[in-house]
Design a protein around this ligand. Structure first.
Ligand SMILES: [Fe+2]
Ligand SMILES: [Fe+2]
Length: 289
């Protein structure tokens, strides 16, 4: 089995997706895993086309693309459409070569155990809801002249499912709280402190606290996340002498606001199998900050 290319937010950027598929093929990766804000917008024709384009490119390159929930993904629709179409590992098959890992999903690749806990809080929620309302008003006006059938724009720009509730998280961890080697999330754990942090806002803390709880329960040796749109490496305590190395990944070029951005910051080649145990304290101290 090949390696896994873990990638940051794509936000539906097809050109960037095709580039990442090429990077995967070059690096002996037969899987690409996007850690949220992938661009799951199948409520729009352009979103369905994006899925088709990625699926076709993945098929041609001999890779499968996976993703978990970002705050800007309409994943409620994926559950509606694909809950009955699961592959052997429990992923929802959106397309043959494009698969979705819902929150709390666990699996094993080449002896390495993984868990996905997506979701985050949108700091631009108010702006997105205002856009939805404006669109609804425009559609209502057009409908008056008989040129539009529907004025319902609810859930087209802001998605109520964007973050787990405390109860949902408790349920998932109660169902299985056993350790994993690699944890994949969209949001950062609360304790992780990158130098450039555009999500250091009180409304973001509850979900970061949830991810911190996941870290301290599952004690992964490695955690990959997106959402901050910046590349960094850090180390956080996972309790009882365990440490977790945190790898934050940058996003597609069109959405980046980081001055030192490079597309190389958007991906990480994870070689399998990777270390089964969480790092010891001495290992973690030898890592770059
Ligand atoms: Fe994002
Ligand atoms: Fe995000």
């Amino acid at each position: 089995m090949g390696n896994v290319l873990i990638v940051g937010d794509l936000h539906g950027n097809a050109e960037h997706a095709l580039n990442l598929v090429r990077v995967a093929a070059r690096n002996d990766c037969d899987k690409v895993f996007a850690v949220g804000d992938f661009g799951a917008w199948e409520h729009m024709a352009s979103g369905r086309r994006y899925f088709d384009v990625v699926n076709k490119a993945a098929k041609r390159a001999g890779v499968t693309v996976y993703f978990l929930d970002g705050n800007h993904d309409k994943t409620s629709l994926l559950h509606e459409l694909y809950a009955e179409q699961r592959d052997d590992e429990g992923f929802l098959m959106c397309r043959k070569h494009l698969r979705y890992a819902p929150a709390g999903h666990r699996w094993t690749w080449d002896g390495t155990t993984f868990a996905a806990f997506g979701g985050a809080r949108s700091t631009d929620k108010g702006r997105r809801l205002a856009w939805e309302a404006r669109k609804a008003e425009q559609l209502r006006k057009r409908r008056r002249y008989g040129s539009s059938k529907s004025a319902d724009t609810t859930g087209t720009l802001w998605f109520p499912e964007e973050e787990m509730t405390d109860d949902e998280l408790s349920e998932l961890l109660a169902a299985d709280g056993s350790p994993v080697d690699v944890l994949l999330t969209h949001d950062k754990p609360r304790a992780s402190q990158p130098k450039w942090n555009r999500k250091d806002k009180p409304e973001c803390y509850p979900n970061q606290d949830r991810i911190q709880t996941v870290v301290q329960t599952l004690r992964p040796g490695l955690l990959f996340h997106g959402h901050l749109h910046v590349r960094y490496t850090g180390t956080i305590a996972a309790g009882d002498g365990h440490w977790t190395r945190v790898e934050g990944l940058a996003c597609d070029p069109d959405a980046s606001q980081y001055l030192e951005y490079s597309t190389d910051h958007t991906w990480y080649v994870l070689q399998l199998p990777c270390a089964a145990d969480a790092m010891t304290e001495s290992e973690s101290r030898s890592l770059p900050a």
